[in-house]
Write a protein that binds this ligand. Structure first.
Ligand code: FAD
Length: 298
C-alpha cells in the first residue's frame, strides 16, 4: 500500500455519514457506531435528511446527541423537497442554534410515487437556489453532492459538471460524491471538473459493502456501475467473515489508490454500522485518538 497523501500527513482526513434512526433499537446501533468511530477523529460527521423532510425531527435529535455525547463536528443534510423556502431555512436556523454550522445542501429525490422532482409551492427551485440562500445566511460551510458516474437525470457529463459548478459558485465549500466502485470514474470526473475551472475539493464518497445484494440494487437505482469482478468475488465469499474481509479489502484498496492519486479527504457511508468502516480506516493508517472517545450517553 502507498498510504501517503501529499499534504504532509500520512493518513487521510475522514468524515462519516449516518442516518437518523427510526426505533430505539436503531438508536442504539447508531450510538454504538458513533462511539466506535469517534476515536478515529473524523473532521466531521453528517446526518441525512429524509425525503420530504420526513426525518426532520429525528435528524435534529441525532445531531444533538452526536454533538453532545461524542463532541464531534456535525453537518446536517437539508433538502428542498416538500417544503417552502421559509420552512427549509427554519431548519437551517435550527441547525445553527444547535451549533451545527455545516450543511450538506441537496435538491433531494422526488417523493415515492413521483418520477421527477417538483418544486413545492413557495419552495426552492433546486439545489443552486438553496445553496445561495444558505450562503447568504453567512453561518454555514456548505457541502453539495456530485456524481462521478453521472446523476440519473443528467443529460451528459458536461451538463452535469456545469450544474455542479453553479452549485459551487453559489457558495459551497466543496462536494461529496455519490458512491462509486471504479476509481477511473472519479478520476475522470475530477479531471473534467478541473478543466471546467472547479477548484473546490470533490471528496470521494466510499461505501464499504455490508450487504452485496442490497448494494447492487441501490447502485442500480443511482446509475452507479458495479464491476463484474465484484459479482464473482462476492459469489465466492462463502460466509460472513470472508464477506467482511472481502469488503474491507475492496474499500481499503479503493481508498489507497485514491490517496495515491492525491485524494486527501474520504467520506464514508456508514449505514450506521461501524466495523467495516473502522477496519478500513485503520488499514489506511488512521490511528484512534483516546481524546475523541465518546462520553457515555446511554
Ligand atoms: P442537483 O445536483 O441539483 O440535481 C441532480 C442532477 O440533476 C444534477 O447532477 C444534474 O445532472 C441534473 N440537474 C438538476 N438541475 C439541473 C439544471 N438546472 N441544469 C442541468 N442539470 C440539472 N437525499 C435525501 O433525500 N436526503 C439526504 O440526506 C441525501 N444526502 C445525500 C448526500 C450525498 C453526498 C449524495 C451524493 C446524495 C444525497 N442524497 C440525499 C440524494 C440526492 O437528494 C439525490 O441524488 C437527488 O436526486 C439530487 O440531489 P442534488 O442536490 O444532487 O441535485
Amino acid at each position: 500500500m502507498d498510504g501517503s497523501v501529499p499534504n504532509g500527513r500520512n493518513q487521510p482526513r475522514i468524515s462519516f455519514e449516518f442516518f437518523p434512526p427510526r426505533t430505539p433499537r436503531a438508536s442504539m446501533a447508531l450510538w454504538e457506531s458513533v462511539q466506535r468511530l469517534a476515536p478515529l477523529g473524523p473532521d466531521f460527521v453528517s446526518v441525512t435528511y429524509g425525503a420530504g423532510g420526513t426525518t426532520r425531527d429525528r435528524t435534529m435529535a441525532a445531531i444533538l446527541a452526536i454533538r453532545d455525547c461524542a463532541r464531534l463536528n456535525v453537518a446536517g443534510h437539508l433538502t428542498c423537497v416538500g417544503a417552502t423556502k421559509d420552512e427549509v431555512l427554519k431548519v437551517a436556523r435550527s441547525y445553527a442554534k444547535l451549533g451545527c454550522h455545516r450543511i450538506v445542501a441537496l435538491r433531494g429525490d422526488p417523493p415515492t410515487g413521483h418520477d421527477r422532482f417538483e418544486v413545492h409551492p413557495g419552495g426552492f427551485e433546486g439545489s443552486v437556489e438553496l445553496v445561495e440562500a444558505l450562503a447568504e445566511m453567512g453561518q454555514f460551510r456548505i457541502w453539495i453532492a456530485a456524481y462521478p458516474d453521472g446523476h440519473p437525470e443528467a443529460s451528459n457529463m458536461k451538463a452535469d459538471i456545469e450544474h455542479l459548478k453553479r452549485k459551487l459558485d453559489a457558495g459551497a465549500t466543496g462536494a461529496i460524491t455519490q458512491l462509486f466502485f471504479q476509481n477511473e470514474s472519479y478520476l475522470r470526473f475530477r479531471d473534467a471538473c478541473a478543466d471546467a475551472g472547479i477548484t473546490q475539493p470533490i471528496v470521494p464518497g466510499i461505501l464499504p459493502i455490508e450487504d452485496f445484494d442490497k448494494t447492487v440494487r441501490f447502485a442500480q437505482s443511482c446509475g452507479t456501475p458495479v464491476p463484474d469482478w465484484m459479482f464473482k468475488a462476492y459469489d465466492n465469499a462463502w460466509d460472513e467473515d470472508s464477506h467482511d474481509m472481502l469488503s474491507t479489502a475492496i474499500a481499503t484498496e479503493q481508498c489507497d489508490e485514491l490517496m495515491a492519486e492525491g485524494v486527501e479527504d474520504l467520506h464514508f457511508y456508514t449505514l450506521n454500522k461501524s466495523e467495516l468502516v473502522f477496519q478500513v480506516c485503520r488499514a489506511l493508517g488512521v490511528e484512534p485518538v483516546p481524546a475523541h472517545t465518546a462520553a457515555s450517553c446511554g
